[in-house]
Design a protein around this ligand. Structure first.
Ligand SMILES: NC(=O)c1ccc[n+]([C@@H]2O[C@H](COP(=O)([O-])OP(=O)(O)OC[C@H]3O[C@@H](n4cnc5c(N)ncnc54)[C@H](OP(=O)(O)O)[C@@H]3O)[C@@H](O)[C@H]2O)c1
Length: 175
């Protein structure tokens, strides 16, 4: 069982063909339409890890479908490259691509960045939490530091991001 899970983790981490299911799993649609039809036209979409890999694929998809995006990742050069590419895909005036260099394990920085993004493009309609990494290996070969870092980035980084957006939804609806 454990071996199968580890094999699956390897397969998932190395496959480039699992985009659809992986994107589905990564999606945190905080305002999920009851029709289940996702309409990105003129919406603000926040994507953590949107500069590479899965997140960049999501960014391309939603920009093609009319969204403005805010992308959070650390590497400024990679963020700027993604922005240049996405800017070319924008189809109308007012459609924007904004990038923020932030480490999602830093909760205060995540809060500050999402406030900035909201001030600039309005409250996001969708938040995709794609930032993360995998260092797959046999259990005994993986050091506790690696497990800790994966929990910090993949789990807590996601919690911080979703928590900011969810609390702002509840504070709006409580007014
Ligand atoms: N690719 C797949 O098929 C697949 C399938 C299933 C699950 N996953 C999981 O999905 C996640 C992303 O995979 P990927 O293949 O898209 O990886 P990737 O190509 O390496 O992209 C990771 C993205 O996350 C950002 N990121 C990483 N650590 C960050 C941090 N501490 N703060 C802010 N941004 C951070 C990276 O930018 P910076 O490095 O510049 O910060 C980059 O934009 C991983 O957890 C992976 O295990 C991937």
């Amino acid at each position: 069982m454990a071996a199968a899970a580890i094999a699956n983790a390897w397969a998932l981490a190395s496959s480039t063909t699992v985009g659809a299911s992986a994107v589905g799993a990564a999606l945190t649609a905080l305002l999920w339409p009851t029709s289940r039809t996702l309409d990105f036209e003129n919406k603000h979409v926040v994507i953590t890890g949107g500069s590479k890999g899965l997140g960049r694929a999501v960014a391309q998809y939603v920009v093609e479908h009319g969204a403005s995006v805010s992308i959070l990742a650390r590497d400024v050069a990679v963020l700027n490259k993604a922005k240049a590419e996405l800017d070319h895909m924008c189809t109308f005036d007012g459609q924007k691509v904004e990038v923020y260099s932030v480490d999602i394990v830093n909760q205060d920085a995540v809060v500050k960045t999402l406030r900035q993004a909201t001030a600039s493009l309005g409250p996001p309609s969708f938040v995709f939490t794609c930032a993360g990494f995998a260092l797959p290996g046999m259990f005994l070969d993986v050091t506790p530091d690696v497990f800790r870092r994966q929990m910090d980035v993949n789990y807590l980084g996601t919690v911080y991001t979703v928590h900011v957006r969810t609390s702002s939804i509840f504070s709006y609806s409580a007014r």
